[in-house]
Write a protein that binds this ligand. Structure first.
Ligand SMILES: Nc1ncnc2c1ncn2[C@@H]1O[C@H](COP(=O)(O)OP(=O)(O)OP(=O)(O)O)[C@@H](O)[C@H]1O
Length: 266
């Protein structure tokens, strides 16, 4: 981690960034290729993710959204190409050096991926303990802080099995942000939610961006949510970026694949 990079913070008194830091994309992907056997699943991806934006990643099924996101999280190494997180090249970084980079990136998996045998507090504490926080008062304070952000104050002792689908997603979100990431990736955060609960997740995603400066990357098929939260849209097809731009331009775009996608998923 470079010393010039300010620590992302879930505190509103966030650290002033230098203009150089602000100008540098948080994530820069260049010439990214990936294969599974004969299947060429990423075919030359060039992508910048700008600091403090909400980027929605859309596309046809099997288009490569999840595989691309796994590369940006440092969970997969590319066959070819470059991935920079905060100016640090991670494409072929050894596992033991990836820890500080991964700390900048939170992830909310599709089904929440909570540990069923652990309480809400234990689930949220997990990444903190992994990154070396041991003091129980510090753990309690940070758990309470993020539970307040996701509107679940006082739910520390609940078990996942007693939570609704929307509550589980909010606990998963609390866990994703508890270690103060600069960016959170969401894999289908609206899946299985009713429209009102989906809208409440959208409010939280936007709140993290506007109040806490978090950069959001959201994989979703939920077009109502996309038009509520996206600053920018990337549309993937067959392992390539088929289209990118602003939501209004996306809606007005006459590309037949995109029009069919909007109509099918709206
Ligand atoms: N672990 C894997 N082993 C082999 N092939 C894989 C693996 N993961 C993904 N693929 C393949 O990579 C391609 C891209 O998959 P990916 O999951 O990124 O698509 P996606 O855009 O996220 O699709 P969806 O919207 O359906 O979730 C697909 O052809 C998929 O079958």
């Amino acid at each position: 981690m470079t010393s010039s990079v300010p620590q992302p913070s879930t505190s509103k008194e966030s650290v002033e960034q230098s203009s150089t830091d602000r100008d540098l994309p948080l994530i820069r992907v260049r010439g990214l290729h990936q294969y599974f056997g004969e299947n060429h699943v990423l075919r030359g991806i060039d992508l910048d993710v700008y600091r403090g934006e909400t980027l929605c990643l859309l596309g046809t099924s099997g288009g490569g959204k999840t595989v691309l996101t796994k590369h940006m999280l440092g969970l997969m190494q590319p066959a070819e190409g470059s991935i920079e997180i905060d100016g640090i090249e991670i494409a072929h970084m050894r596992e033991r050096h990836l820890g500080p980079v991964r700390k900048k990136l939170g992830v909310m998996f599709q089904n929440g991926a909570l540990f069923d045998s652990m309480s809400v507090a234990q689930n949220i504490a997990f990444p903190l303990i992994e990154s070396g926080v041991k003091d129980s008062q510090e753990l309690d304070r940070r758990i309470a802080e993020v539970l307040e952000i996701v509107h679940l104050s006082g739910q520390e002792e609940k078990m996942p099995s007693s939570l609704s689908g929307g509550m589980k997603k909010r606990v998963a979100l609390a866990r994703a942000i508890v270690d103060h990431p600069a960016c959170v990736c969401y894999d289908e955060p609206h899946a299985g939610l009713d429209p009102i609960t989906a809208a409440s997740i959208d409010s939280l995603i936007k709140c993290l961006q506007t109040d806490y400066g978090i950069t959001n990357i959201v994989i979703t098929h939920e077009m109502r949510s996309v038009f509520r939260i996206a600053d920018r849209i990337i549309f993937m097809k067959d392992g390539q970026i088929h289209w990118q731009g602003k939501p209004d331009a996306f809606r007005a775009c006459d590309d037949p694949t995109i029009q069919a996608f909007i109509q099918d998923t709206d």
